[in-house]
Write a protein that binds this ligand. Sequence first.
Ligand SMILES: Nc1ncnc2c1ncn2[C@@H]1O[C@H](COP(=O)(O)OP(=O)(O)OP(=O)(O)O)[C@@H](O)[C@H]1O
Ligand SMILES: [Mg+2]
Length: 386
Amino acid sequence: MAVAEVAAQTPRPEPLSISRITLSHFRNYESMRLVCAASPVILVGANGSGKTNLVEALSLLVPGRGLRRSHLVDLQNRHKTDPWAVAIDLRIDTGDLHIGTGRDITTDNDAERRLVHIDGRPARSQNQLADHIAMGWITPDMDRLLAEGASARRKFLDRLVYSFDPAHNARVQRYEKAMRERLRLLRDGNNDAAWLSALENEMAQTAVAIAAARRDMVRRLRTAIGESGDVFPRADIAVTGIAEDMLDEKPALLVEDALRAAFARLRGDDAQSGTCATGAHRSDLRVTHRAKQCPADLCSTGEQKALLIALMLAYMRLLTVQRNMTPLFLLDDIAAHLDDYRRAALFDEILDLRVQAWLTGTDTESFTRLIPNAQLFTVDNGQILS
Ligand SMILES: Nc1ncnc2c1ncn2[C@@H]1O[C@H](COP(=O)(O)OP(=O)(O)OP(=O)(O)O)[C@@H](O)[C@H]1O
Ligand SMILES: [Mg+2]
């Protein structure tokens, strides 16, 4: 069904928005509280004032390591020993939701475990966050996403799937755990065939589920891209990989069999190389500039950025329409890369989507068109001045 048709049938959900943020000992913030309304938020401040740190704190509202993929110890304010914490109040469809996350002080400093509380109760796992909150972000670090290796694009695609299908995170974790365990056995020269087969079976089953979820996401995104305006370039997208490609031709059960056979056949090679030669961890998201029929990695930096924005806008629309959940949208340092025309189009899209976008920049002028419909805060050396 086309996105527009679904939109016509489904009432739009009430926008998800943040009403209050409290940061304690987080990066360059010592103790900071920000209260805001539901409209887009613009954070302006000098280089090094703490804009990206603040949106990074927001990115911890979804499972994972946030928009910088930081280690948890790096989030700790370097001058303070009390553990960092982020507390956020959200307005949701059914009322208010309080999320707290922070460093787990019951484990040692290097532990990569963060605590998550949802409405005052400890969450079983971070993955539960995805049941409540969807989010997308664009950061300067993503400028090379379409030009560089497959790994970053695959993780990008998987993140899009997480917000759409919360079970996907756990699926990827199960796959990676089985893969690491199999590699450990192979490296140790342990040839326990039953144990290896059990792990390869887990890998094959989860790989097929992962590939199916990625294909489904790409299919939905294609439709959403087809429905979007023409200010930003349209992208042709495809996910490629051993399981994804086979699913074009075979039913899932046969793909599972083929993967099990491939993993068993590659035991010797994998033991030697110390890596797993094939599987769901090798897939790629291929992006082509449709009008130019040009692979994204050969497009200019500005064209790549525009393609990425177009993809994210299509994704945001998809979340509001098909998952019936308005996402939060983080746009770090976005204005600097866009000409006036595209910047205006992006702001119009944000307002039309009714998402609470968080935009950062070093000057107010770039946001002139958005300011009447947004909240402007100045960030100054780990403090917020309104
Ligand atoms: N763990 C930490 N403890 C204390 N300060 C930190 C920590 N991590 C980063 N910082 C500092 O926080 C400051 C703000 O960083 P941030 O990336 O948020 O800046 P910004 O406002 O986004 O700047 P830019 O405009 O250059 O992107 C930097 O000076 C950085 O060195
Ligand atoms: Mg920054």
